[in-house]
Write a protein that binds this ligand. Structure first.
Ligand code: GLU
Length: 513
């Protein structure tokens, strides 16, 4: 019988979620949803020294903003609660399995102090070797395999010990990774990892396995920095007798700097001026603020779309995909093995695409708020009516990258210009043109239907009658109406402003030029 597909995102609350972490959550979510399964959020807070207040809330809010919905987890509970490892530790969940490994001979107690391990490390280094707690060295160290039983008993009563995995020398270990295929390791490169620390807290190695097993996780997606530990994890599953239920691991490639090689870091973002976090983050100890995509005005859908394509493609050239399309198309086969270079320009491109495709009524509502804030204008103003706002949004949207730019990009659709582009006037204005523009005003006034098409045709006809090339006066007309030498579609703007406003603006410009 095939198991229900269940994937978890298991961050440690050590600070704000890096965009690489968001991508791990996203891929897990996409796969779970494609298979009709569950997406869980588990908080891996076993390293209390690295705990940062506010990080858990930040993670939840980030997933929320991205539209990644949690089916089970810290924020909402579920049948496998609690979902915070520190709380699970209190229930004795991990200790039980560490002891089971001791009983079956696959783990042992170790009593070495930090100083003793440091000395062992230095001795190895002085001989040009690197220290590893393993089958070769454990006989010379202080543990339940090397010390006499009586001493072990006495040491155990001090409650000052760790439990280590006993890795046999020279065994071949296989991992069938969803991205890398069959990966083979020799157990000689695997050290006797600590499973349970002296304070009874499990390490990641034991805790994630116990939790993945108990929470019936079928696929575990994580960063490739975990690949070197994966053989130890395969062994733990084997020693606990859970090999058949081991989740399929997928080790994701790194996100790389936009320039050069190496992992994308916050410093790269600071240096090149882009955020590496989904949301703004205020460091609780230093008060330092790091910017986030949300606060920079990015649309969450654009951010998610960009992130999905950092290291994955749908097998086609298609780039714009909303969440349901991503769910439908995602596959581990198309996740690249090599690291993915982060591209801030492409991120902006995605946002621009999304804004350009947003509905005019959605943008019109955002524009309304900006107009009210900027002009302090009354609600019954004609420029705040839906017809006007939605048409204005349609004209402006091809010219913006972010929705917050709407009003400032074309404020002249809401207020007459008070200044005119001097360069254009100097270059194009001649006093002889006064009669042409006066005539144009009169011809516009005579139009029955003041549409963009009619105004355009009339402009050309008036120019032809005056023996003027439209190209010589077009930009002047724009400056008269908007104050600027470039901007939204000119005749669209003319139709939107309406006959009375257009004529008033031409008249005023002619007295000013
Ligand atoms: N807590 C681990 C981390 O933050 C999770 C790795 C995993 O997903 O298994 O890196």
């Amino acid at each position: 019988m095939s198991r229900r597909v269940r994937l978890r995102f298991a961050p440690s609350p050590t600070g704000p979620l890096h965009i690489g972490g968001v991508r791990t959550a996203l891929y897990s979510y996409l796969y779970a949803k494609q298979k009709g399964g569950d997406f869980l959020l588990r908080i891996e807070d076993t390293d209390q020294t690295r705990f940062v207040p506010g990080a858990e809330e930040y993670i939840i809010e980030s997933l929320n903003w991205c539209g990644i919905k949690i089916d089970e987890g810290v924020s909402i509970g579920g049948v496998h609660a609690p979902y915070r490892q520190s709380e699970r530790k209190e229930l004795g969940i991990y200790k039980k399995y560490a002891e089971q490994l001791i009983e079956s001979g696959h783990a042992y107690y170790a009593f070495d102090t930090a100083e003793e391990l440091d000395t062992a490390r230095k001795t190895a280094e002085s001989q040009g070797a690197s220290f590893s707690y393993n089958a070769q060295s454990r006989g010379q160290l202080r543990n339940s395999l090397s010390l006499p039983d009586s001493e072990v008993k006495a040491l155990l009563s001090t409650n000052n010990f760790v439990i280590r995995l006993k890795v046999n020398a020279n065994e071949e270990i296989h991992l069938n990774d969803l991205i890398r295929g069959d990966v083979r390791f020799n157990s000689n490169i695997v050290d006797d990892k600590v499973l349970l620390k002296s304070d009874g807290m499990p390490t990641y190695h034991l805790a994630h396995i116990v939790d993945d097993y108990l929470m019936e996780i079928t696929h575990a997606v994580r960063g490739e920095e975990w690949l070197p530990s994966a053989p130890a994890h395969v062994l733990i599953y084997q020693y606990l007798g859970w090999t058949d239920l081991m989740p399929r691991y997928a080790h994701l490639p790194l996100l790389l700097k936009p320039d050069g090689n190496g992992k994308l870091s916050k410093r790269d973002g600071d240096r090149l001026g882009f955020p590496v976090f989904p949301l703004e983050w205020k460091d609780p100890s230093t008060g330092e603020i790091s910017s986030g995509y949300r606060e920079r005005g990015y649309e969450p859908e654009a951010f998610v779309n960009m992130l999905a394509l950092l290291g994955w493609n749908p097998g086609t050239e298609q780039e714009i995909m909303n969440m349901s399309e991503l769910i439908e198309k995602f596959s581990f086969e198309h996740v690249h093995k090599a690291g993915a270079k982060f591209n801030p320009e492409k991120t902006l491109w995605f946002n621009t695409q999304y804004v350009h495709h947003m509905d005019n009524d959605v943008l019109g509502k955002k524009l309304k708020k900006q107009v009210i804030a900027a002009l302090n204008t009354e609600e019954d103003d004609v420029r705040l009516q839906n017809d006007y706002l939605f048409a204005a949004a349609a004209l402006i949207k091809p010219r913006v990258h972010f929705t917050y730019e709407l009003f400032n990009t074309a404020s002249y659709l809401f207020e007459a210009p008070i200044a005119y582009d001097k360069q254009v006037i100097e270059k194009r204005w001649k006093p002889e043109l006064l009669s042409f523009f006066t005539q144009l005003g009169a011809d516009f006034d005579a139009l029955q239907e003041f549409t963009a098409v009619n105004a355009d045709a009339q402009f050309k006809a008036t120019a032809a009658n005056a023996g003027i090339k439209p190209g010589d006066v077009l930009q002047l007309l724009r400056v008269m109406l908007s104050g600027q030498g470039s901007g939204v579609d000119l005749f669209g703007m003319i139709a939107l402003l309406g006959k009375t406003e257009v004529m008033a603006r031409i008249k005023k410009a002619l007295t000013t030029f």
